[in-house]
Design a protein. Structure first.
Length: 654
């Protein structure tokens, strides 16, 4: 349920446009606040006695109505606390991808625009504002909806998105910065909100059987001979004129008999629209992978962690630890460039701490990196950024980077060294945050754009630079002759699956267990999940049957810090009681002068810090290459001060 809208001031640019134009198109990037602004404008007009309608044209996350469709709504001041949209009609798309299925979306919008009648109409466009897709979609939506004015939500510095296309429309156009605090919800939150909206739409659904032979099947349906590819698909049930009667979800395909759940119908359907929206095995509504016929050669099952290229002989151990929620690997071992890979369990998602040489990582892993935490920007800690940059060319969400002051300038400089004349809407995007005391200064940096775009800063409380459902990342500023950040990964709780009970039920492990954990972390025990055998259980009941909870296992990463009293105090406070501490130990005690000159720790100091912090296990790394092939000397010195050296710290990589 969205919060009640705040009324707009009487001189707001959107109200001014609506005073001169009946139909106004709202455009802007995802998370710029279009839907919120539309609600606020409708509520303000209702106070003045004017009824307002809205065309929600974002099938991936509509402002109201079910996902997978364009929706027409009328503002009803009697709904909720201060009013809400009342769904009047919808046009099925059966896809969440506005960019891929542009023509069906435009046709859907044209159908609904004809039903809107007189009076103010807001067109809430999808956030496709770059490249060929955006250039084609914006004018097509404006024409289909009969818009006579355009309001573009974009930062008021630099060129506006699709500026040439906006001028070519010939409409009265205003540009307005996004509301403070407006931001992209993130892929995970967007998926959860979309699924909740879909579940709400199907709350009153009826189960029915249809004969495919009696229906005209349109769109991009999977092969009839692969019934498993139909299960979970979202479908539009259309009448003979192509108007949408309802949306539904396929339960099973048995020969030519289709069993589905659908909202109540007012007439018998004549056609079925099927594209790529599908409920996955974890219960979330998303996009189906294209069906590919088997080649006869079975594909290997992916391993739990990505395979890494072997280290060269004599390069020492490559420590890896497995905690309840993640697997952490020092990619380049204890002598190579710092790069710690955190693979989150039950998610196709990775976090990186520092960006040293990434040559041992598979390129596909870069597509799964959502966040990178940079200690500082010396070459051995950020030189791998170009690997990440190249791997992010494509249709990927922005990757978040957090580091010390100056990080945004360094990232911008690295990106400016490349000619970006051919990436169009596939340009890599990053959201970069710099920790300045108790404030995180933020920018959006997009390849090929003139300058970084400032984002609203965020207040940092107790060092927390990133927080989401399930975990947070905390930072402490240390001194290396330049500001350096140490980081703590802090899960809320650890949730373990009782494998004996899982086996007793006959359920195989899979992504649905991750979804169950996410539901419980969010306190959403009433949610329903679909199990591998097709049964549906409430999350709370399932958790009681399968899960055990306990305190989260904290992991701390610290490198490149001088042995000063202040550095020790800050790092000990950050790492206190941690399950695992990754801490640098480049030099031996006899090399203390060299450590002091270069702003590094000795193994002796590393062990003392771990002991004072009372960590459970210590993994030292970032050893000086002068000790290559003799890591045992560093381990022995650490053990004299801290006996809890993790077994993974000494395990050979061979």
């Amino acid at each position: 349920m969205l919060a009640p809208p705040e009324p707009l001031p009487s001189n707001h640019p959107l109200l001014a446009l609506l005073g001169r134009h009946d139909r106004v198109l709202l455009a802007g990037a995802p998370g710029s606040g279009k839907s919120t602004l539309a609600r606020a404008a409708a509520a303000s007009l209702a106070v003045q006695g004017h009824a307002c309608r809205c065309l929600s044209a974002d099938p991936g996350l509509p402002g109201f109505g079910p996902p997978g469709a364009a929706c027409l709504g009328r503002w009803d001041a009697t709904l909720g606390e201060q009013g809400d949209w009342q769904l009047e009609a919808l046009a099925a798309l059966a896809s969440l991808d506005a960019a891929r299925f542009r023509l069906p979306l435009v046709d859907a919008l044209r159908r609904l625009a004809r039903q809107a009648g007189e009076g103010p109409l807001l067109i809430d466009a999808p956030g496709v504002i770059r490249g060929v897709a955006g250039a084609e979609l914006l004018p097509a939506l404006a024409e289909a909806a009969g818009a006579t004015a355009l309001l573009m939500l974009a930062a008021d510095h630099g060129p506006a998105p699709l500026s040439a296309e906006c001028r070519a429309l010939g409409l009265e156009t205003r540009r307005l910065p996004p509301a403070e605090g407006a931001r992209h919800p993130g892929r995970q939150a967007r998926t959860q909100r979309r699924t909740a909206a879909w579940d709400a739409y199907l709350a009153g659904a009826e189960e029915r059987c249809l004969a495919l032979t009696a229906l005209a099947v349109t769109g991009t349906p999977p092969p009839r001979g692969v019934p498993e590819a139909w299960r979970g698909r979202q479908v539009g049930l259309l009448d003979a004129r192509g108007d949408t009667l309802a949306l539904g979800e396929i339960l099973a395909l048995d020969g030519e008999r289709l069993r589905l759940r659908a909202a109540p119908l007012t007439a018998a359907p004549a056609a079925l629209a099927v594209r790529d929206a599908r409920r996955h095995a974890d219960g979330q509504l998303g996009t189906a992978h294209p069906h590919r016929a088997p080649t006869g050669t079975p594909r290997p099952t992916p391993a739990a962690t990505e395979a890494l290229a072997p280290l060269a002989a004599g390069q020492g151990p490559r420590p890896q630890v497995r905690l309840t929620t993640l697997t952490a690997t020092l990619v380049n071992g204890v002598f190579g460039d710092p790069l710690l890979h955190l693979r989150l369990r039950h998610q196709k998602r990775s976090l990186l701490f520092d960006l040293g040489d990434p040559g041992r990582l598979p390129a596909r892993l870069a597509h799964q990196v959502s966040d990178v935490f940079i200690s500082h920007t010396h070459f051995d800690h950020i030189g791998g950024f170009l690997w990440l940059l190249r791997s992010r060319i494509g249709d990927y969400p922005p990757c978040r980077l957090v580091g010390p002051p100056g990080l945004a300038g360094h990232i911008d400089g690295l990106m400016r060294g490349i000619l970006w004349d051919r990436v169009a809407d596939k340009a890599p995007r990053f959201e970069v945050g710099e920790l300045h005391g108790e404030r995180l200064e933020r920018w959006r940096i997009t390849a090929g754009e003139a300058a970084p775009a400032p984002l609203p800063p965020r207040r940092v409380i107790d060092g927390i630079v990133h927080e989401e459902l399930g975990f947070r990342v905390r930072a402490a500023t240390l001194d290396h002759g330049t500001p350096v950040l140490a980081f703590a990964f802090e899960p809320d709780v650890q949730i373990k699956v009782r494998k004996e009970r899982l086996a007793a039920h006959g359920w195989p492990p899979g992504p649905w267990l991750g979804e169950l954990k996410q539901r419980m972390l969010a306190g959403n025990g009433e949610a329903w999940l679909t199990l591998p055998d097709g049964e549906r259980w409430q999350a709370a009941r399932l958790a009681e049957a399968l899960l055990l909870t306990g305190p989260g296992e904290r992991l701390v990463y610290a490198t490149d810090l001088g042995d000063s009293a202040d550095n020790r105090r800050r790092l000990i406070a950050l790492a206190h009681g941690a399950r695992v501490l990754f801490c640098e130990a480049p030099f031996l005690a006899r090399e203390a002068d060299q450590a002091r000159l270069t702003g590094h720790l000795t193994a002796h100091a590393c062990g003392e810090i771990a002991a004072a912090a009372q960590v459970e296990q210590l993994i030292p790394f970032h050893f000086s290459r002068r000790h290559a092939g003799n890591a045992a000397a560093i381990h022995e010195e650490i053990r004299s001060r801290f006996p809890g050296l993790a077994p993974a710290a000494e395990r050979a990589s061979e």
